[in-house]
Design a protein around this ligand. Structure first.
Ligand code: AMP
Length: 190
């Protein structure tokens, strides 16, 4: 199974991706996690993107698409994957389409977690309080920027995938279990 999880920061993409990993035996490909690992390792890419992440801006499409293209080739992706945090722009979605076509792989669906923006800040502040490792972009300024970037650059992907008949909308405001079962239902209803 190959899926995209779409939704603003704090929508619960990471939490739901972890559930799907367990249920379907597939891997979670979180571009945010990969970039944070690169920053922590102080790799060339990490040094290049650190400031961008801290400000809540987007890393260039070229850098991200190369990371994903390489990652999809790894043997653990053979059974399928969940893209969490990618694509984030129309250009990335186009590049992903080309990439999958080249590799003769099919996407099974795009799950959109719909959430009320007003409560996102609250959720992220909670994540920052409860998480052992505090993200350098889980603060009010960076979050505001991340939400603005989402609305400008990523939200158009909803119409993009809807037009391709791939979008599955799920109410992300319910409990973790309820959201998970709605995702299951959306993925089995064809
Ligand atoms: P996330 O963990 O998905 O919220 O991502 C954290 C940060 O990593 C974002 O605010 C961006 O700076 C960067 N990032 C993650 N995924 C992408 C992507 N697909 N395109 C560009 N930047 C990304």
């Amino acid at each position: 199974m190959r899926l995209i999880l779409l939704g603003p920061p704090g929508a619960g993409k990471g939490t739901q991706a972890a559930r799907l990993v367990e249920k379907h035996g597939i891997v979670q490909l979180s571009t945010g996690d990969m970039l944070r690992a690169a920053v922590a390792a102080e790799s060339e890419v990490g040094l290049q993107v650190k400031g961008i992440l801290d400000r809540g801006e987007l890393v260039s499409d070229d850098v991200i698409c190369k990371i994903i293209s390489d990652r999809i080739e790894e043997p653990d992706c053979a059974n399928g994957f969940i893209l969490d945090g990618f694509p984030r722009t129309i250009a990335q979605a186009d590049a992903l389409g080309d990439l999958l076509e080249e590799k003769a792989l099919k996407l099974d669906g795009v799950v959109q977690l719909e959430v009320d923006e007003a409560i996102l800040l609250e959720r992220i502040e909670k994540r920052a309080r409860e998480s052992a490792e505090v993200r350098s972009d889980d603060n009010a300024d960076a979050l505001k920027k991340r939400l603005a970037v989402y609305n400008e650059q990523t939200a158009p992907l909803v119409a993009y995938y809807e037009a391709r008949g791939m979008l599955k909308k799920v109410d992300g405001m319910q409990s973790v279990d309820e959201v998970a079962s709605q995702i299951d239902a959306a993925l089995t209803a064809e």
